[in-house]
Ligand binder design. Structure first.
Ligand SMILES: C[S@@+](CC[C@H](N)C(=O)[O-])C[C@H]1O[C@@H](n2cnc3c(N)ncnc32)[C@H](O)[C@@H]1O
Length: 402
């Protein structure tokens, strides 16, 4: 496909996303219907679509319309490329610019501060209050692609051996300076899923923030661990890699979300017992119960940029109510002396500290034993982790680790 044809395809897919399709589904549907597109074309089109969604607000203002065509024009303009060079109607390229479109592109545009940061207007006060001085740097970071982080499965191999196995399949990596399992993919990351290291369960895709967060949780052989909101099981697998001698159970209120976990666990050499929703209450107690709760996903907007524009006040209120309910339901499953861990990939206090404060107000016998906030770009994606311990007469009150 020519550069113009790729831009036209991206504009068409963006129109589907703007009409309500999730970005991944819109891309898959387009690829199924466009067998002529090679893997290089699909990857390039995906990059344009995701770049445009990360910068949807500024691209619409610069391009003159909140449409697929407008977003692509704005993206090209921001990159210093004249849209007219690709909007020429030749072959499968987009139709030439209309007089009104060309006139908009010729006019200087002064973006407002929130437009320049690609921040949703309605959420800006909450984000600003939650992030303080980090508001602008974090929002700026979320306009760019995220680095790709991998987690070496230390239960299977040393990180150096995993890096060598990846290199044999052409995937270049760099070790993280402090996290013992993390590798940043620095070249040919798209070959990862076809690599022997991936097929043999030596490595998983996982952002650096959840990796470091999972390293902060107390874990020892023989401990009983419950991943209460396990989904695909990424956190349970990270914990298993750290301590294969612990006993792991995974639960999700939607059992279909656990579907991928048995194959993933088998690849990693992990045994993780799956619990049906009705079976969880009788399965405890656990020394560690992790609640990686559903949230706005605002910390991961670089990876799921359509969520940035889809989140609304009603959805956020619903998420907050669910987060409270999950904590309340999971707390009785924690054994005396055990930890209730709460995690989100949210930047918002409403989903992080406020939920912990609310829980402690409802259950004053619990105290905060650890709390960590991760902010992009330095820490990876935005992530929050809190660890709660039930107070008893002989539990000393530890200050939170901030
Ligand atoms: C953020 S995702 C978990 C991601 C997963 N931990 C991972 O690392 O791949 C949140 C999960 O919580 C589940 N969930 C939602 N409400 C729940 C509830 N009341 N109890 C348990 N799980 C719930 C969702 O189905 C979803 O799979």
């Amino acid at each position: 496909m020519t550069p113009g044809a790729r831009v036209a395809a991206a504009a068409e897919i963006l129109d589907r996303v703007l009409a309500g399709d999730p970005a991944e589904r819109a891309l898959t549907n387009w690829a199924r219907a466009s067998r002529f597109a090679g893997s290089g074309d699909r990857a390039a089109i995906r990059d344009i679509v995701f770049d445009a969604l990360r910068r949807r607000r500024s691209a619409a203002a610069l391009g003159g319309a909140a449409t697929g065509r407008g977003l692509v024009r704005g993206l090209l303009r921001e990159a210093g490329q004249d849209p007219a060079t690709l909007f020429d109607g030749i072959g499968h390229a987009p139709a030439p610019l209309s007089a009104a479109e060309a006139a908009h592109l010729a006019r200087p545009i002064a973006l407002s501060a929130l437009e320049a940061l690609d921040c949703p207007e309605w959420l800006a006060p909450d984000l600003r209050a939650s992030l303080g001085a980090s508001f602008a740097p974090v929002m700026r970071a979320l306009r760019d692609r995220a680095p790709i982080w991998l987690r070496a499965n230390l239960a299977r191999a040393r990180r150096e051996a995993v890096a060598e196995a990846l290199a044999a399949d052409g995937v270049a990596t760099q070790p993280h300076p402090t996290s013992p399992a993390a590798l940043q993919a620095t070249g040919n990351a798209r070959r990862l899923r076809g690599s022997r290291a991936f097929r043999d369960g030596l490595v998983e895709l996982q952002d650096i923030a959840p990796q470091v967060a999972m390293e902060a949780l107390p874990l020892a052989p023989g401990m009983r661990v419950l991943d209460y909101c396990a989904g695909g099981g990424g956190k349970a697998l990270a914990l298993h890699s750290r301590c294969p001698g612990a006993l792991f159970h995974a639960h999700d209120s939607d059992p279909s979300r656990l579907r991928a976990l048995p194959a993933r666990a088998a690849r990693a050499g992990a045994t993780i017992g799956l619990l049906a929703p009705g079976a969880v209450s009788a399965s405890g107690p656990y020394d560690l119960v992790l609640c990686d709760v559903p949230c706005s996903g605002s910390g991961a907007w670089r990876r799921s940029p359509d969520a940035k524009w889809r989140t609304d006040a009603a959805g956020l209120a619903q998420a907050v109510a669910r987060q409270d309910a999950i904590l309340d339901a999971a707390a009785p499953l924690v054994a005396p002396g055990g930890m209730l861990a709460y995690a989100t990939c949210s930047l918002l206090d409403a989903e992080n500290r406020d939920r912990i404060a609310g829980f402690r107000a409802r259950h004053p016998e619990w105290h905060l034993a650890l709390e960590r906030r991760f902010l992009p770009p330095e820490d990876g994606d935005g992530f929050f982790l809190a660890g709660l311990v039930r107070q008893s007469a002989d539990t000393p009150t530890a200050p939170p680790d901030r």
